[in-house]
Design a protein around this ligand. Structure first.
Ligand SMILES: [Zn+2]
Length: 89
């Protein structure tokens, strides 16, 4: 049993994505291509949220204050509570 944070990792070579409980200091290598995978997202447990957008990479941006992922339809960061400003700046 583990309560580790789950991340989406993508292989730049193949575009393949996996979800696993990643440790921040570890390097994860794609089984097929042998190339290191990069973190493309962080999965959160489902929780009440003011956003209607699904928690998917195309709907997310990084908060300029705390650098956590947040849905694009929110003005205030759910992690740190600060106003994030307009998109596409
Ligand atoms: Zn924030």
């Amino acid at each position: 049993m583990s309560a580790g944070q789950r991340y989406r990792l993508r292989s730049p070579a193949s575009g393949r994505e996996i979800v696993l409980e990643a440790e921040p200091q570890e390097i994860y290598v794609d089984r097929d291509s042998g190339s290191p995978m990069e973190v493309v997202g962080k999965l959160l447990p489902l929780a009440p949220s003011p956003s209607r957008l699904p928690w998917a990479v195309e709907n997310l941006r990084f908060c300029p204050w705390c650098d956590q992922l947040t849905q694009k339809d929110l003005n205030d960061c759910p992690t740190c509570g600060r106003r994030m400003g307009p998109l596409g700046a």
